[in-house]
Each structure stands twice: as structure tokens, then as C-alpha cells.
Design a protein around this ligand. Sequence first.
Ligand code: C2E
Ligand code: CA
Ligand code: CA
Length: 301
Amino acid sequence: MHSPPSTDATAPNSAPEQDVSEPVPALQTPLVVASPDAKKENEIVAELSVAIETGHGLRVLYQPILDANTRKIRCAEALLRWQSDLLGSVEPDIFIPVAEAHGLIGPLTQLVIGRVSADLAAAPHPFKVNVNISPLQITEPGFPEMTAQAFQTRGIDPSRIEIEITEGAMLADPASIPAALGMIRKAGFTIALDDYGSGFSSLGYLRRFDFDTLKLDKSLVIDAVRSPQARAMLEATLTMARSLNMNTVAEGVETPTQADVLTAMGVDMLQGYFGGMAVEIQELSDFLSTPDQPIVRRKHA
Ligand code: C2E
Ligand code: CA
Ligand code: CA
């Protein structure tokens, strides 16, 4: 899904736009791709602990989220990247679950929050950032207040941050979710339901819990273009989201056809290789400072 740091960190901003009408293959296969066995998992734990302590090899990149109608950048999602000296490039889908299982997710999230707040504080153009929060942390007492304070210390109002929570969080601890979401909102953050449609998604969640944004999983995006039935289901979801005043974001939008179909269906925002992969804050700032904010069509990230 992503390339090593050297590739995008050095990519000139004037690089020609890439044609992303077809899915873009990753430049280099990461060394760690499958679910780790016990030995590999121990290595990840040991290496990740050091990386969190030193900050070495961990980067936060920002994937643009476009307004579907204007195709300009509206906000960005912070995505963690880890390049280990020993293990090479490790996918977040591998190291995040390991961090969750071994008590490292708290410090890892603190690192992400520290980087995002520093990046936003230094960015010449203010923009809103979506931050992924592990289901384990949502219900942690004091988490919303501490997180809000971390941003405020840098002069960043929490309203500039949208907390992304996956459906998994709803299932992990359903009884304490309403109160936890209430505390997050009270601390000033907005809240997105992430990966909607990837699992046991139920329209019931949308009514029961008060989300600001609904992020439609990439599997829905792919199906919506291919199958009329899937399109009808997506339409029902969008109608529900609208009636509940939720913004909608289509994830994993890779082609102009997908972008156009989803825009015609009334999706508010588009995220995916169509709009650009995750980039360094500097690169995102450069795009934001160009007067007409061209669509970011960057192959490398
Ligand atoms: P996610 O939150 O659903 O993030 C979107 C993932 O889709 C990212 O994968 C992104 O690179 C990928 N993606 C974006 N556009 C496209 C596209 O057009 N096509 C396809 N096929 N994929 C696309 P990534 O960066 O590998 O992250 C994987 C997951 O790891 C994330 O899924 C999120 O759940 C988790 N993650 C990443 N950063 C963090 C973090 O800082 N904290 C936590 N707790 N989780 C994180
Ligand atoms: Ca997310
Ligand atoms: Ca997602």
C-alpha cells in the first residue's frame, strides 16, 4: 500500500501527475506482509518498543480527502508508517494489532498525536485532520481529556481533529460506547465511523450513536460501481446518513469512474489513490497553498 520513506520523502513537488485511472501497485513489497508468527511477533514488539521510545523509523503521513464536487482537498487522514532497520517496511495492518495485543498502542497513539499536533502547529494553512484511534482506547478513562489537552498545548483546537473509530470498537465494548463517544465530543472532537460496510455494519449503529462522519469502506466503493444491488444498498445508507446530518466519505476511490459514480450518488467526500496517497505534511501544505489546489495525483506514498 505504501512505499519506503526515501521514495516519497524526496519526491519533488513538481513531479508530473500520475494517471491513476487504474489501481496503482505498491512500489516495493514490504518485508512483513502476512499475519506474523510468534517469533516475528516478538521481533515486532521488541523493535516497535524501541521505535516508539526513540521515534526512529515512525512517520505520520497525510492522505488527502477531497470534496466530491469541487475535487479540492477538504481535510486529510493521518496514517502511520513504520520503517524498521531490522524488519524493513512493516504495514500498519500488521504492527497496529501487535501494538494493541502487547500494550504498545497507548504510547504509539501518543506519538501520533504529538506528531499531528506539531505538524498542524507548523502548517502554514490550517486544515482538519482525521486521526485513527484504537477501539481499546476509546473507552479508556481520561483519554478524551488528555488527548484534547495534548492538542491544546500546541494551540490546536480539538474541533480541527476528527477521531476515527472502527465498527470493531462498537462490538468490543458496546455498553460503554455511548458514554465514551459523549466524552470525546465534549472534549471538542468530531467523530467518524470508519470502515463502514467492512463487517457487521448495521444502519442501527448510525441511529444509536451520534457520528459526524460516515466513512464508507472501500469494498462498498468497488461494489457500488459493479453491481446495481450494491448501489441500491449504498443509496439507502446515504439517505440514512443525510437524514442524520452525517457527512459521508467514500474510501479507496481509485478511478475517475468510481469518483464520478459516487459523486452522482451524493457522497460528500472522496479518499483514495484517485485523490492521492498519503504524503508528508510538507507536500500536503504545498498543495494547500496552490491557489486552485489541484487534485493530488501522486503515485508514491
Ligand atoms: P484505514 O483507517 O481504513 O486507512 C485507510 C487505508 O487504506 C490506509 O492503509 C490507506 O493507505 C489505504 N488506502 C488509501 N487509499 C486507498 C485506495 O485507493 N485503495 C486501496 N486499496 N487502499 C487505499 P494503511 O495506511 O496501510 O493503514 C491500514 C490501517 O492501519 C488503517 O486503515 C488503520 O486502521 C490503521 N492505522 C493506520 N495508521 C494508524 C494510526 O495512527 N493509529 C491507529 N490506531 N491505526 C492506524
Ligand atoms: Ca481510518
Ligand atoms: Ca477506513
